[in-house]
Design a protein around this ligand. Sequence first.
Ligand SMILES: [Zn+2]
Length: 80
Amino acid sequence: MATIKIRCNGKEKHVNEINLDTLLAASPTTVYRGTIQVNPDTIPPRMILDCAFCTTGKVIIEKLIILENLNREETDEREK
Ligand SMILES: [Zn+2]
């Protein structure tokens, strides 16, 4: 599944790569003909993770970003 890059909100603005597979492991997902279907209702409006590179920054992932990136990787592969 897609990986998204989100900067932490610390002063260093580290780029964190977030794997949507890991992120959504707790949400019920269904794979239908190679497309991953996630019930948007199961995704919280935002998720807040600790920055992987510093102790002060947080990585805030908006639901919209998750939905926009869910099937991006699969789409790219089909076009090759
Ligand atoms: Zn950071």
